[in-house]
Design a protein around this ligand. Structure first.
Ligand SMILES: [Mg+2]
Length: 284
């Protein structure tokens, strides 16, 4: 195994507006043919990623709820995961705090800030805010670690963050929502843990690719060998600098597909030190 791909979903592998990954079909086909692990690294819940994995025809570990938990499918590659608990069809590594604790904090301080989390909303309201179909909005509400929320006065986010940190939480920003998450979790930490498990079991040198579009992807992009930033519709690129950062030229699944295909076409060269990404068309 030479490559592992970690990817954000909303706004990255899935279009921000319609959640389609159709434009990424050519690169997804290549990924499956080559047996490259595609690790969804998302703020979505475990229940939301299950149907997405089925639609894409993959069965890989997932990092859900902004690094709150890692779920390895039971028996994955006959590996020894070495940590976590057996639960349903998974080995589960819990990094974040529990959802009831997150909710208890929000119920205490939320009213002061005009905060409404998914636990305060009906599936219909979540569907209205996200554009998700109703059955997916129901799955978005089945949370285990973290809470997405909206605020009446977004300028108060700094003050809310101070209170959150005092009680062992922090706030991160996705494409649509703020997320209240455990202070000890982020996507980058979970990526590192997954890489360690891969390294311990496969014993081969592996290059990692990470793709994301929002602030909550920064720790993931900082952990991988090849970070890829996807532009956000109407908002452009997140303002970050990282060595070797590749910027996709289109938003969503189209941009994702373009960069991943470009990388897979250079799979052998990626391992060399002087390798440089060339955009489709040739220029660096
Ligand atoms: Mg995103």
């Amino acid at each position: 195994m030479k490559l592992i791909i970690f990817t954000d979903l909303d706004g990255s592998l899935l279009n921000h507006g319609d959640y389609s990954f159709a434009e990424a079909t050519p690169s997804l086909r290549r990924i499956k043919q080559s047996g490259i692990p595609l690790i969804m690294t998302t703020s979505k819940t475990r229940r939301e990623v299950e149907p997405l994995q089925r639609e894409m025809g993959i069965r890989e570990p997932v990092i859900v709820e902004n690094g709150g938990g890692i779920f390895f499918p039971a028996g994955y590659r006959n590996w020894r995961i070495g940590q976590g608990e057996q639960e349903d069809d998974y080995t589960v590594i819990r990094i974040g705090t529990s959802y009831p604790r997150v909710r208890a904090f929000l119920e205490k301080v939320g009213p002061r800030f005009g905060v409404r989390g998914f636990g305060d909303m009906t599936p219909a309201e979540i569907a209205g805010l996200t554009g998700l179909p109703m059955e997916r909005a129901v799955l978005a509400r089945e949370r285990e670690f973290t809470e997405p929320f909206i605020m009446e006065r977004p300028d108060d986010i700094g003050r809310l963050n101070v209170l959150a940190e005092e009680e062992g939480f922090k706030v991160t920003q996705g494409g649509r929502f703020h997320h209240l998450i455990g202070i000890a979790q982020d996507k980058g930490k979970a990526v590192r843990m997954v890489c360690d498990i891969f390294k311990a079991n496969s014993g081969t040198a592996t290059k990692t690719i990470g793709l994301g579009d929002s602030e909550n992807d920064l720790t993931m992009l900082g952990q991988v060998d090849i970070p890829v930033l996807i532009p956000r519709p109407g908002k452009g690129f997140l303002g970050i600098r990282l060595p070797g950062l590749i910027r996709a030229t289109q938003a969503g699944a189209g941009g994702w597909n373009e960069v991943v295909l470009g990388l897979l076409n250079n799979e052998d060269e990626i391992t060399t030190r002087d390798w440089q990404y060339k955009k489709p068309g040739g220029e660096l």
